[in-house]
Ligand binder design. Structure first.
Ligand code: XMP
Length: 323
C-alpha cells in the first residue's frame, strides 16, 4: 500500500542510485511542490543538491525572505537566491495578454536560470547533470488536456517550463502524485507547515492577477490586497478550509466615497475556492461577516482600491485564476 514513508524510502534509494556522484539543480519557488521536492532530494543526496530561487518581482508579500530563511536556516541547503525583479518587470512592460505574460516570464526565467546554472558550474568545476522538478500528476494532465487540437486554455509553466536544450536529465519524483500526497511527504520530511499547507501559487505569480499591464504600482496594490485576504482567512481559521484564495486587480475604476471625498479608484475581486486537485473547483462559501470585514480592510488600507467583489464562479466554466 502507498504511504508517505514507503514512498520516501523507495525514492531516496532510487534517487541516490540514479544521481550517483553527480550534481542536481532545482528551481525553488517557495511553493509546496518544489519545496517538498527539494527536501526529498536533500535527504537523498545532501549537498549534491543546489537550489536556485529566483525573485521575479511577482512574489507574495514577505515571500522572498521567508523562503531564504527556511531553506538556508532550517534545512541548511545550498540555496542561490537571485533577485531578477527588474528584468522580469522590464520584460512585462506594455504586455496585457495573459499568454504573452506567461511567455515573457517563462523566457526570462530560462535566461536567469541558465546564467545561474553556468555560475554554479564554474564554482563546482562541473556541470550539474540533473534538473529536479516538483511536477505533479495534475500538472501533467492539465498541460495535455488543456491543449486541444486548436485551443490552449493556459500554458502552465511548471510543466516543460525549462527546455530540453538545456541538456539536463529530468528528475520528477512526484509525477504520479497529487498535492495531498506531496503534502503528507512534506510533513514527514519536516518541511515547515507554513510551506506544506500553503495554498498553490502560480509560476507567473501576481502577474496573472493583474488584469492588463503589470506595473510596479499595480503589483504593490494587488500584493497588499492579497496579504490582507490571507491574513483574514488565517484570523478566521479558514485558511486550511480552502484550496486557494486570491485577490485580482481589475483595470476598472468605480466611484466611491471616503470621508466626504469622492474617490475614483480600482476594483479588486476576491476569489476563494475549494477543490481536491485544482482540476475542478467550487467557490468557497466563506462567511459573509468575514468577507465584509476583509472588503472593508482592503478598501481602507490599500491605496488605489475603493471596491471589492467576491467571485462565485465554479471551475468549470471559470478557471481558478482570472488569466
Ligand atoms: P486554473 O486557473 O487553470 O488554475 O484553473 C489551476 C491551478 O494552476 C495554477 N496555475 C498556474 N500554475 N503556472 C503555474 O505554475 C501557470 O501559468 C498557472 N496558471 C494557473 C492556479 O493557481 C491553480 O492552482
Amino acid at each position: 500500500a502507498w504511504s508517505p514513508a514507503s514512498f520516501v524510502e523507495t525514492q531516496v534509494e532510487a534517487l541516490r542510485e540514479q544521481v550517483g556522484d553527480q550534481h542536481v539543480i532545482l528551481g525553488l519557488s517557495g511553493g509546496v511542490d518544489s519545496s517538498v521536492a527539494a527536501a526529498l532530494l536533500h535527504k537523498a543526496i545532501g549537498d549534491q543538491l543546489h537550489c536556485i530561487f529566483v525573485n521575479n518581482g511577482l512574489l507574495r508579500k514577505g515571500e522572498w525572505m521567508q523562503v531564504q530563511d527556511t531553506f538556508r536556516g532550517h534545512f541548511n541547503m545550498d540555496l542561490r537566491a537571485v533577485d531578477a525583479s527588474d528584468r522580469f518587470l522590464d520584460a512585462l512592460e506594455g504586455v496585457d495578454d495573459p499568454e504573452e505574460k506567461r511567455t515573457r516570464i517563462g523566457n526570462t526565467f530560462i535566461d536567469v536560470f541558465t546564467a545561474e546554472t553556468d555560475a554554479l558550474a564554474q564554482d563546482l568545476g562541473t556541470r550539474p547533470a540533473f534538473l529536479a522538478q516538483g511536477t505533479l500528476y495534475p500538472d501533467v494532465i492539465e498541460s495535455v488536456s488543456f491543449k486541444g487540437p486548436s485551443v490552449t486554455i493556459k500554458t502552465h509553466h511548471n510543466v516543460g517550463g525549462l527546455p530540453e536544450e538545456l541538456g539536463f536529465e529530468l528528475l520528477e519524483p512526484f509525477r504520479e502524485l497529487f498535492k495531498d500526497e506531496v503534502r503528507a511527504i512534506g510533513e514527514l520530511l519536516n518541511v515547515p507547515s507554513s510551506i506544506v499547507n500553503r495554498h498553490p501559487f502560480p509560476g507567473p505569480g501576481l502577474a496573472i492577477r493583474i488584469m492588463g499591464e503589470v506595473t510596479r504600482e499595480r503589483l504593490a496594490t494587488v500584493r497588499a490586497a492579497d496579504a490582507i485576504f490571507i491574513e483574514e482567512l488565517r484570523a478566521h481559521d479558514l485558511y486550511d478550509e480552502v484550496w486557494q484564495a486570491l485577490a485580482v486587480l481589475l483595470p476598472v475604476q468605480t466611484v466611491g466615497v471616503m470621508g466626504d471625498e469622492r474617490t475614483y479608484e480600482h476594483v479588486c475581486a476576491l476569489r476563494a475556492v475549494t477543490s481536491v486537485d485544482g482540476m475542478t473547483a467550487d467557490w468557497a462559501h466563506l462567511p459573509h461577516d468575514m468577507l465584509g470585514h476583509t472588503a472593508n480592510r482592503i478598501v481602507n488600507e490599500v491605496r488605489g482600491i475603493n471596491r471589492a467583489t467576491y467571485d462565485i464562479t465554479s471551475k468549470p466554466p471559470g478557471t481558478i485564476e482570472w488569466e
